[in-house]
Design a protein around this ligand. Structure first.
Ligand SMILES: Nc1ncnc2c1ncn2[C@@H]1O[C@H](COP(=O)(O)OP(=O)(O)O)[C@@H](O)[C@H]1O
Ligand SMILES: [Mg+2]
Length: 318
């Protein structure tokens, strides 16, 4: 047998999405074709401690199956850059931009990617005024209050009054010094997968998330351990095409590489699409909507893993 490629699968980490990462990484370990790859799991603990010091020569490539701050926001990516080890997925800048809901929206707006009406402010701004209404008055109720840099709906509240807004801002400020408040768009939730390099990435068929209740809170998303989705999404061909086109534009706007899942709000009556966010390491089990969207687009999960690892080597030129 020829030498197998040694893949370090990074899992866990100090973000609140530790558990979700353990599930995603286990799926990657199970599905990596063992004739080609020799996987090594590296479980980073909740304090951010690594069980082993990675270095060149020890492993050939790293698959950071980490969600949220630390693993998905450019920090680990920057560490791997300093070590000179090829890694799967977006680089430092794209990861950092995608994890910050203010930076992400600015990049989107500069490239004509439609986003929902929003405002942002810091904890200092909020505490420095009694006119809290003044900070959000350009928006209508209901609103979503979000910490700028989080994922998996952590720290997010849907609010319908000033009292709820205040509680929501306090919660969001416990996660980040910057808060984003968005106007609610009553819409269907659509996703689209992107896979490939900088220049000519591929897009999957769109999928639709079935949302139980008002919105996808953490519990609905992960604790039920299933993402309920329709793949492909039942959309008119014109809308599906626009989803795919906007997914590419969003990926390009952040300088994406490798993979991303672009999330949309589709306002059916008005026929309008908004990009809600781009996730550079979406939920990644074989049953995740990202993997299933690729399955329905002719790329089975093990093939998806192989392509991502090839892309990691292609970027590093090794
Ligand atoms: N402006 C909005 N209009 C309607 N629903 C929203 C809006 N913002 C967030 N939501 C709901 O909240 C969920 C989480 O929001 P999102 O911005 O994707 O945060 P996260 O990065 O934590 O996933 C969405 O999947 C959606 O159900
Ligand atoms: Mg989301």
């Amino acid at each position: 047998m020829t030498e197998r490629v040694r893949v370090a699968v990074l899992a866990g980490g100090p973000s609140p999405e530790h558990e979700v990462s353990l599930q995603s990484s286990q799926a990657v370990l199970d599905a990596l074709p063992k004739d080609l790859y020799e996987p090594v799991t590296v479980i980073i603990d909740r304090q951010g401690r690594w069980p082993v010091e990675l270095r060149r020569g020890l492993v050939d490539v790293v698959f950071p199956v980490l969600h949220g701050p630390f693993g998905e926001d450019g920090v680990v990516q920057g560490h791997l850059e300093t070590l000179g080890i090829p890694y799967v997925g977006c680089g430092v800048l794209a990861s950092a931009v995608a994890m910050n809901k203010v930076a992400m929206r600015r990049m989107f707006l500069a490239e004509d990617v439609p986003v929902t009406p929003y405002v942002w402010f810091t904890g200092h701004d909020w505490r420095g005024t009694v006119d809290h209404w003044g900070l959000v008055k350009s928006l209508d109720w209901p609103m979503y209050v979000k910490p700028a840099g989080m994922g998996s709906s952590i720290g997010i509240s849907r609010v319908t009054s000033m009292e709820e807004l205040r509680a929501g801002v306090d919660l969001a400020l416990s996660y980040d010094r910057v808060v984003v408040v968005e106007q609610e768009v009553r819409a269907r939730e659509v996703i689209c997968g992107v896979l490939g390099g900088f220049d000519t990435p591929d897009v999957s068929v769109p999928g639709e998330l079935i949302v139980p209740g008002d919105w996808l809170d953490y519990e609905a998303k992960y604790l039920s351990r299933v993402e309920i989705a329709m793949i492909p999404a039942a959309l008119p061909e014109r809308v599906a095409e626009e989803v795919r086109e906007l997914a590419l534009r969003a990926f390009r706007a952040i300088g994406g590489y490798g993979l991303s899942r672009v999330d949309f709000l589709y306002e059916e009556d008005a026929g309008r699409l908004y990009v809600l966010e781009i996730n550079t390491m979406p939920g990644f089990t074989s049953r995740s909507v990202y993997a299933r969207a690729w399955g329905a687009s002719g790329v089975p999960y093990p093939e998806l893993l192989r392509r991502l690892i090839d892309l990691a080597f292609a970027r590093s030129g090794s």
